[in-house]
Each structure stands twice: as C-alpha cells, then as structure tokens.
Design a binder for this molecule. Structure first.
Ligand SMILES: *[C@@H]1O[C@H](CO)[C@@H](O)[C@H](O)[C@H]1NC(C)=O
Length: 300
C-alpha cells in the first residue's frame, strides 16, 4: 500500500549528478547538454533494489527556464513529486550553464533528481515556435545514455511533466503500469474543459479535442506516458524542430514510437481527468525599484 511505497521512497532519496555525455545521442544539429561528472560521494542510488522490482521507476522530464515564477513553480511540482514513490525527476534547464537558483533548489528538494541544462538556440526563441524541444530531447538522451547498455527488462515509465500543470497523485498510479504507451484525458486544454482519447471496447478510436482533430495523436504533452523500454528500443525518436508544425510536437513524437491501435487507455478508459493544464499568470513587476533597492538580496 501507500505506506510501504512511502517507506521505500524514503530509502531512495538520494541525490545524483548526471552521467557524462548523453549528447552524442542528440541530433547532430542540436546543442549539447553540458553535464558534470558524478562526484563519488553522490553515486546514484540503485533504483531497483531487493523487494522493489515490482514498482517501475517513473521518470519525469521537466523543462524549466529562468523567470520570476520559476522557483514557485518548481516548489509546487516538487511538493507533488515528493509524495510519489520511486519517482526520478529529470529537470532540464534552458540555460548555457546550470543556474544557482535551480542548483540550490535541487540540492534541497528531497527528491531523486538529475539536473541537466541545454540552451535553446536564439533562432528558436520566437512566438509560435514549439518550446522546450531541446530540453525534452536532452532528458531522453540522458535516459538512453544511462540505460541502453543494460539488458531488458528495464522497468520504467517516462512522462513529460511541464512545471505549470497540476497533477493528481492518482495519475502516477495509473501511469506506472504503462506497458508501451499509455494515454489519459487532460483538463483545461485546447480551448475546452478537457480533451480526451475516445475509447471503445478498451481501445483508442479517436480524439475528443477542440483543436486540429486531424492530428494523428490529438493529445497534449501532459496526456501520455511511455515505457522506458520503448524509449530504448526506438533510439532515434526525438522531438523535432524541422518539419514540425506548431502544436504537432506530441503527434510527431508519438508516431515515431507507437500507433493509435497500440495505445493503452488509463484513467477508467479515459473518463477521468487526473491532470490539468493550468497556466501561471505572468507576474506584474511594474513597481520593482530601479534604485533604492532593498538592503538585502533575496532569492524569490
Ligand atoms: C475498459 O473497457 C474495457 C472494454 O469495454 C473493459 O473490459 C475494462 O474493464 C474497462 N476498464 C475500466 C478500468 O473500466
């Protein structure tokens, strides 16, 4: 039960730094995520130990970038993740170097966390272009680098946890049993109260969506999880810049690794909303002083 899960989780709360050089698995034109070698005193905890084989690790890839609400968003997300057993957070900064704010945060968040960084090229920082492509790919590259040489089975589930969404704890229970690719409804997205895969006789047969229902997988980033095995056996599957239209990131990725017929509906055959695409309002800093600053420097 949850008590046992929690105790196992507590045994797993170790910090770890990144393994070197997953960059070679990125497409050649992508910038390389810079990674520090793992200090000996911070060796990764074995995520599969005695008595734990039954519970696959959930890898949550979260792209993040510097802005006034960043620490608040990460705090909220960490407070959710801390309640999930055997969750490994892969936090990927959009930055040329790891920032002090995020490094300090990671050092204290009490989670198994891998902190990566890769800058988005300037030419891609424009409205209308997909965001976080390089960061999600850096997370995928790290996973492949770390696990590709190990023999299957590699029980594990990956999902893309954007830092502004709201996650029910039930969602993690649902996604943990993902065999290949699982899907579920997402609330407050696509100009509707929710979007969802339409399920008949236990199979996905279409999409209830307010936007471009012709997409092969008309689903938000928050609406699916992929088994680690599928990620490893499709080493070239990445998020694409070239040839990807706005809003097609999810579809372009999923069609590289699965088919609609194969999808596993979760959340009671896709009839329950367990994740919400909430958005944080842009903060008003109009009264931030330019001179006569505060006498102490405070991180927000
Ligand atoms: C989903 O639908 C299938 C087929 O109708 C059914 O066998 C299964 O029990 C349903 N699953 C849940 C969790 O309701």
């Amino acid at each position: 039960g949850r008590g046992a899960e929690k105790r196992r989780e507590e045994g797993q709360q170790r910090r770890e730094a990144a393994a070197p050089n997953p960059a070679r698995l990125l497409p050649s034109r992508a910038p390389l995520p810079a990674l520090a070698p793992r200090p000996p005193h911070q060796q990764a905890a074995p995520l599969r130990g005695p008595g734990q084989a039954a519970l696959p690790v959930i890898y949550a890839i979260t792209p993040t970038y510097s802005r006034p609400v960043q620490k608040a968003e990460l705090t909220r997300l960490a407070n959710t993740f801390r309640q999930v057993a055997r969750l490994h957070w892969i936090l990927v900064e959009d930055a040329a170097v790891r920032t002090e704010l995020v490094s300090r945060f990671v050092a204290r968040d009490g989670l198994t966390c891998t902190h990566l960084h890769v800058p988005t090229p300037r030419r891609y920082k424009r409205p209308g272009l997909p965001r976080a492509t390089e960061q999600r790919n850096a997370g995928l590259a790290w996973l492949r680098q770390r696990y590709q040489h190990l023999l299957p089975p590699q029980p594990g589930v990956l999902f893309f946890a954007d830092n502004d969404n709201t996650y029910s704890l039930e969602l993690f229970q649902e996604m943990r049993t993902t065999r290949k690719v699982s899907v579920w409804p997402v609330g407050l997205v696509g100009g509707r109260r929710y979007e969802r895969p339409i399920v008949e006789k236990g199979k996905v047969v279409g999409w209830y969506t307010g936007w471009r229902a012709d997409r092969p997988f008309a689903i938000d980033m928050a609406g699916f999880a992929v088994s680690l095995q599928v990620i490893l056996s499709n080493p070239k599957a990445v998020f694409k810049r070239r040839g990807s239209q706005p809003g097609m990131q999810e579809s372009d990725f999923l069609k590289q690794i699965t088919t609609v017929e194969e999808l596993e509906p979760k959340a009671n055959n896709c009839t329950k909303v367990l994740v919400w695409h909430t958005r944080t309002e842009k903060v008003n800093l109009a009264n931030e002083p330019k001179y006569r600053l505060d006498t102490v420097k405070i991180e927000v």
